[in-house]
Design a protein around this ligand. Structure first.
Ligand code: ADP
Ligand code: 5GP
Length: 183
């Protein structure tokens, strides 16, 4: 049985949030880190559940006082992983999951090289565009920025220890958890 820290990354719109929600629902033994972000909540998102929604001043204060394991800008907003809760869970031997973008994943790799790095890949690029557009939560400009970033993220797939294709949400969640804690 393998436990510890797993980092899940992959292009915007591939379904990371959806797969992580399936993990939360079906695998309460996995602890999912709640990031801080300066972006506004989407409809249905609750402060403290999907994210800690903070303003730019608060985020800058957290960076300055060393409260993040890693942090990065993504499509015009700041995102970061709070250090304290993660360290506590890891010390308790709880399997921990971070869902973060590529630059943050690289920072975690430098700081914690023993972590497991999993890339969530779309079945095809066309399907990625369909999902990102179909979510209906971003303007065309924001979608274009996220697709530019998606091309960069897709090119980094080989940096990861494992690739999980998000064809079916439940199956992808099960494969991710099997990598984390064995089956
Ligand atoms: P991310 O967190 O990677 O940006 P989301 O979880 O928000 O992506 O998913 C983007 C869109 O794709 C959502 O509308 C979601 O319902 C849909 N989606 C996610 N996984 C799948 C899947 N396996 N098959 C079809 N649609 C999916
Ligand atoms: P979204 O705005 O769609 O929720 O997230 C945008 C991107 O930010 C996604 O790729 C998501 O994985 C990433 N992200 C979420 N939280 C963090 C974090 O704490 N750190 C970093 N580096 N990226 C994050």
């Amino acid at each position: 049985m393998t436990v510890g820290l797993t980092v899940l990354s992959g292009p915007s719109g591939v379904g990371k949030g959806t797969v992580v929600a399936a993990v939360r629902e079906r695998h309460p033994e996995v602890w999912v880190s709640v990031s801080a972000t300066t972006r506004a909540p989407r409809p249905g998102e609750t402060d403290g559940v999907e994210y800690h929604f903070v303003d730019a001043e608060e985020f800058a204060r957290m960076v300055k006082s060393g409260e993040f394991v890693e942090h990065a800008m993504f499509a015009g907003h700041a995102y970061g992983t709070p250090r304290g809760p993660l360290q506590e869970r890891l010390a308790d031997g709880v399997p921990c999951l971070l869902e973060i973008e590529l630059l943050g994943a690289r920072q975690v790799r430098s700081a914690m090289p023993a972590a497991r790095f999993v890339f969530l890949a779309p079945p095809t690029f066309e399907e990625l565009v369909r999902r990102l557009t179909g979510r209906g939560t971003e303007s065309p400009e924001v979608i274009a920025r996220r697709l530019d970033r998606a091309r960069i993220e897709l090119a980094a797939e080989t940096e990861f220890d494992h690739v999980v294709v998000n064809d079916d949400v439940r199956a992808a969640a099960a494969r991710l958890v099997a990598l984390m804690i064995g089956s």
